[in-house]
Ligand binder design. Structure first.
Ligand code: AMP
Length: 465
């Protein structure tokens, strides 16, 4: 199905054309029309499926008709992390290039300058705000923001927001909104808490579920069954024979990320690190350096597993095995984006074997096991079953059979702490790029209203003809 099959306004079609979007992805195919018809929607889909455009396009299509108040916030998009909020805002920027629709991203940072930018953005009447829950709550509490005219409310990665402990914040925000609105909830998983949230916030929603995500076909997965002390040697051996450019290396904890980055830097790799101890401006700087190829590798916590949109990452290395199967999918999904090819290499230490087996079961694939170079000494055998005898439950007390996609209660607290911290810490200065380009968080990019009216009048005239 093509975007031209839908009754989009010219501005939206121009934007799609400029972005080179022609064919709809499956989630877009299934949701665009019901959303354009005004239905509430639950979309069970994860990042990489095109869900952002699926919800942005119908909203923009309505907003660019000019039928909504120009001096009010018409749409609120909630995202769990700043990285995702920025990513959404960037897509929004692309789509609104030809429209008189403005947006502001509200995602925190402790510095006054960033706060002032957000205030300015809201005061100038942004049509759309893209916000993390904690920061939006603080603006609401201080009376900075009027949400009484909102017509569209979107929750992106709702499961992640609940995992991070934002349920009450979301309900508080929802209470500020008019009852009559269109609400869309997107989530990678549908645990009971999400169903409950959906039934509280949505009216007669259509549910569209994409088949449970599996790694993209273009990703070659490999695993090294190894001892902890062999991992660094394996990295050296991999990059002896190939470039270390466009590589992301994931580890679960930030202490580990710092340690790995320090060590591999000493081995001569050109590496940056990304974790929640960095300020927003530091994170932006690392991303900028990576995108502009000033650094080859990033070592990151799962903070990066969902929130980046770089199409040419060659290799993802899991320095440890993620505990949640969907974290694995998200991490390796950073490579082979947009139909390209990539490699995902996972280091499986003895204590991680049972978790890796669980991932293999989940993706219904045996990941090819690579030989650990002989000079690094003998490697352990892959015997995950042995470990499993310790008990039928995982470390978090979760039953392995249901672990992964649908039952994430066990990891809630851990993520709670991490997520809350991410959001509240974050001292940040506005990134240079943002300032220069008027991008996320800057004053909204509302174009002149005269042109907006001109567009509208033109359309009315042509309708009459
Ligand atoms: P998302 O799942 O929304 O994070 O989107 C993943 C990536 O796919 C983003 O880089 C989008 O710009 C891109 N994308 C989404 N829909 C389309 C489409 N119909 N055609 C081409 N690229 C798309």
């Amino acid at each position: 199905m093509y975007f031209t099959d839908f009754d989009f306004e010219d501005e939206v079609l121009d934007a799609l054309d400029a972005m080179r979007f022609e064919k709809c992805t499956p989630i877009q195919e299934q949701t665009l029309q019901p959303l354009m018809d005004g239905r509430d929607l639950i979309g069970v889909a994860q990042t990489g499926t095109g869900k952002t455009a699926a919800y942005l396009l119908p909203v923009l299509n309505r907003l660019c008709t000019g039928e909504y108040p120009e001096d009010a916030i018409n749409c609120v998009i909630m995202a769990p992390t700043r990285e995702l909020a920025q990513q959404i805002d960037r897509q929004l920027e692309g789509f609104t290039y030809f429209m008189q629709v403005s947006s502001v991203a509200i995602y925190g940072g402790n510095d006054g300058q960033r706060y002032e930018q957000e205030l300015r953005g809201m005061a100038k009447g942004a049509d759309i705000i893209v916000a993390t829950p904690g920061r939006l709550i603080s603006h609401i509490t201080l009376g900075n923001i009027d949400l009484s005219k909102v017509s569209f409310f979107i929750l992106d990665e709702a499961d992640r927001m609940l995992d991070m402990g934002f349920c009450n914040d979301i309900m508080t925000i929802a209470k500020q909104l008019p009852k009559k609105r269109q609400t869309m909830l997107f989530s990678a998983t549908m645990p009971e808490e999400i169903r409950k949230l959906a039934s509280d916030l949505l009216t007669d929603p259509l549910q569209v579920t994409l088949a449970l995500a599996k790694p993209a076909d273009g990703i070659t997965q490999q695993a090294y069954i190894c001892h902890e002390g062999q991992k660094l040697g394996i990295i050296n051996s991999i990059f002896d024979s190939e470039s270390s450019e466009r590589v992301i290396l994931f580890a679960s904890r930030k202490t580990k990320v710092k340690e790995i980055a320090r060590t591999i830097r000493k081995h001569g790799f050109n590496v940056g690190e990304m974790h929640s101890d960095l300020s927003q401006s530091e994170r932006d700087e690392i991303m900028y350096q990576y995108k502009s190829r000033k650094i080859d590798m990033i070592v990151a916590t799962d903070i990066l597993a969902r929130g980046i949109d770089i199409d040419d990452i060659r290799i993802v290395i899991n320095y440890d095995v993620p505990r949640d199967c969907d974290d694995y999918i998200h991490r390796i999904g950073r490579t082979a984006r947009a139909g390209t090819k990539g490699r995902a290499i996972t280091f499986v230490s003895q204590e991680d074997q049972e978790y890796f087996k669980r991932i293999e079961d989940f993706i219904e694939q045996d990941v090819p096991k690579m030989e650990v170079p002989a000079e690094l000494g003998e490697a352990p055998a892959y015997e995950p079953k042995k470990k499993e005898k310790r008990g039928a439950k995982g470390r978090n007390g979760r039953n392995r059979k249901t672990h992964g996609r649908s039952d994430r209660k066990g990891s809630g607290k851990r993520r709670n702490d991490k997520g809350k911290k991410n959001e509240s810490k974050a001292p940040a200065a506005p990134k240079q790029k943002t300032e220069a380009q008027g991008a996320p968080g800057d004053a909204p990019k509302k174009r002149n209203n005269r042109r907006r009216r001109y567009h509208r009048t033109n359309r009315e005239n042509s309708n009459k003809e």
